[in-house]
Design a protein around this ligand. Structure first.
Ligand SMILES: *Cc1c(COP(=O)(O)O)cnc(C)c1O
Length: 425
């Protein structure tokens, strides 16, 4: 980055600092990952110079001959990866992909059913503060109070009452397998479209570590930057040709302008990587790591939402981690002290939440990024024990820095053994 260093030292210095943060710490945010150097190179390329409004073979600008090939490669690889027959790779984000699906087949004021944000859902599933919540009449389903998992009979009953035009399934903070067939049946029963948002679990689905919704539901949306380990972006898939046409119109000219062709090239690279045997092994390891982390934390006495995990993330319920006065450590406090110890996690609401989303009683922990750095089950045990030490110490004495400082030192030494890009370090 010699040019950037010379011409914009301010930004260059901040990128350097962020690189240091990523290398020296442990990234356990469930929605983050570390892309390959090939993806970085594609996204940082001259493809960003070009306008390519439209689709391959039907562009509104000249000079798109290479962009057509790139976008077709991205679409074909994505279809192959998930067994879709139609793919749109232009969505700039997962949220955009969802809006584009709704806009393709719904009218303002139509009814939508989706998972409650505070129980694992996503803003773009009709939250009142999101454009999707303003455009559509949204009803949420949640998880069962006892099992903290989805209760399909209950959701079916709710759907019969609401008679929605759209049922959305998929989540940002749900540690268990989602039964897409059950959702499709519920939707069919009431004449609704069914969208599966696999933003978080796409990499697991691609590798066969989680059942696929493609070919089951009507629309599948995803991000490309979470477990799929590609550049920041979104994509939409279907196996219905007519719906495919509607999706393409909804994306362009419906909601977006020129596609980010450098990112689409990065997506194509990511999809090629995800088609490899290495990626299957990677996805398997993500789940093994997550299960190991869950086991050690439970052995240490912590409470996990739903009692464990089937995927890449786990949700700690901190309401059982109490100080001497009986007040529990909040998600915000836990996120802060772990951050000080070099362990990046995020606070998260839990199904029985009593605190605000800015404070919360939960912590979301994910293994995709640390797995990308080559860490295995033994390493997860170490990390879980560090988390345990810091949280228990802070529960004993909120002002204590003893374990924070000790763990920070151990984390920094440990992280240095797992470079982000071994070939350039
Ligand atoms: C992350 C996520 C999204 C949105 O992704 P952005 O690219 O941040 O817009 C959509 N749906 C779910 C379930 C997610 O977890």
């Amino acid at each position: 980055m010699s040019d950037l260093a010379k011409h914009d030292p301010e930004i260059f210095a901040l990128i350097e600092k962020e690189y240091g943060r990523q290398v020296n710490g442990l990234e356990l945010i469930a929605s983050e990952n570390v892309v390959s150097k090939s993806v970085l190179e594609a996204v940082g390329s001259i493809l960003t110079n070009k306008y390519a409004e439209g689709y391959p073979g039907k562009r509104y600008y000249g000079g798109c001959e290479f962009h057509d090939v790139i976008e077709n490669l991205a679409r074909d690889r994505l279809c192959k990866l998930f067994g879709a027959t139609h793919a749109n790779v232009q969505a700039v984000s997962g949220s955009q992909a969802n809006q584009e699906v709704y806009f393709a087949v719904m009218q303002p004021k139509d009814r939508m059913m989706s998972q409650d944000l505070s129980q694992g859902g996503h803003l773009s599933h009709g939250s009142p503060v999101n454009i999707t919540g303003k455009l559509y009449e949204v009803t949420h389903y949640g998880v069962d109070k006892e099992t903290e998992t989805l209760d399909y009979a209950q959701i079916a009953e709710q759907a019969r009452q609401i008679k929605p035009q759209m049922i959305v399934c998929g989540a940002s903070a749900y540690p268990r397998i989602i039964d897409f067939k059950a959702f499709k049946e519920i939707a069919e029963d009431v004449g609704a479209y069914c969208t599966a948002d696999i933003a978080h679990i796409a990499g697991l689905v691609a590798a066969g570590e989680h059942p696929s919704p493609v070919g089951v539901v009507d629309f599948t949306t995803t991000t490309t930057h979470k477990t799929l380990r590609g550049p920041r972006g979104g994509a939409i898939m279907t196996t219905d040709d007519e719906l495919g046409v509607k999706i393409d119109r909804s994306v362009f000219p419906g909601t977006q302008g020129g596609p980010l062709m450098h990112v689409i090239a990065g997506k194509a690279v990511c999809f090629k990587e995800a088609l490899s045997p290495d990626f299957k092994a990677y996805a398997k390891q993500i789940v093994k790591n997550s299960k190991k982390m869950a086991k050690v934390l439970m052995d240490e006495g912590f409470t996990l939402v739903s009692g464990g995990t089937d995927n890449h993330l786990l949700l700690m319920n901190l309401s059982t981690l109490k100080d001497a006065t009986g007040k529990h450590i909040t998600g915000l406090e836990a996120e802060t002290v772990l951050g000080q110890a070099g362990i990046t996690v995020n606070k998260n609401t839990i199904p029985s939440e009593k605190l605000s989303p800015f404070v919360t009683s939960g912590l979301r922990i994910g293994t995709p990024a640390v797995t990308s750095r080559g860490m295995k089950e033994d390493d997860m045990e170490k990390i879980a024990l560090w988390i345990s030490r810091v949280l228990k110490d802070v529960a004993k004495d909120r002002s204590s820095k003893t374990e924070i400082n000790a763990v920070k030192k151990e984390v920094t030494e440990f992280a240095a053994k797992f470079p982000l890009y071994p070939e350039v370090n």
